[in-house]
Design a protein around this ligand. Sequence first.
Ligand code: ARG
Length: 270
Amino acid sequence: MKNIKVAALVVTATLSFASLSACSTADPAGTTSNTTTHPAGYTIADGFLTACSEIPFAPFEYEDPAAEDGVTGFDIELGREIAKRLGLTYKFVAVDFAALQSGTTLAAGQCDIGISAMTITEDRRKNLDFTESYYDSLQALLVKTDSGIKTLADTANKTIGVQRGSSGQEYTEEHAPDSATILEFEGDGDLWIALQAGQIDGILQDQPVNLTHVKADADYVLAEEYDTNEQYGMAFAKGKLLELQADVAAALKAIRADGTYQTLYDKYFA
Ligand code: ARG
């Protein structure tokens, strides 16, 4: 009900809003909305959907000089589609993942929404509100093809790199052999460089991201996959921007219902 304050002020506005609403019931995220219908404070910067991601995390969010703002990926395109349907301009902000998943970044008002392949967890729900899940995921261990590492048990006395604050870090801490060293990195950008440099023997993180490296470089394989049953959600500061939260939820639903989600899914995961 994003228009309620505006509509309450002027009778004619109320009437035209009512007819707009009626037209847009089939498309709740309606292309009928535009920036002028949103009350001040609907987002942190009027007219924009300011969205935070930690990059690179391909195929979800990564640099592409040819793309708008120089970034693209499954999350970014999904975010842009949501913004468009809400009559907002998508504004990308690169942030640290540990601070994003802890709720610090969003609580500080750096962005409206975190779209960053973020797994919904009970722990994170203490500081964040999540959308319905939009992607099912799992973990995997990426190693050099000739490393001899076939399972997590083979990492005894070896070094595993993880992203600070990630579900992969948590999984590794729980399941890696005691003699394995776990090294924290800011994200896949540093992890991949460290693996190539031989500074670490493996990367344990989200399977789709590790798989992207395997597809690009035959010297690397997925040693093992871990069925962690993770689901990604888009995140908001807990209890904040509630109108926006409701509208993003409706937009996501519409994006699934009209096939846009499937088209994007096929583009990035086929
Ligand atoms: N899914 C994992 C988690 O939530 C890792 C997400 C990292 N995302 C990123 N864009 N760097 O902990």
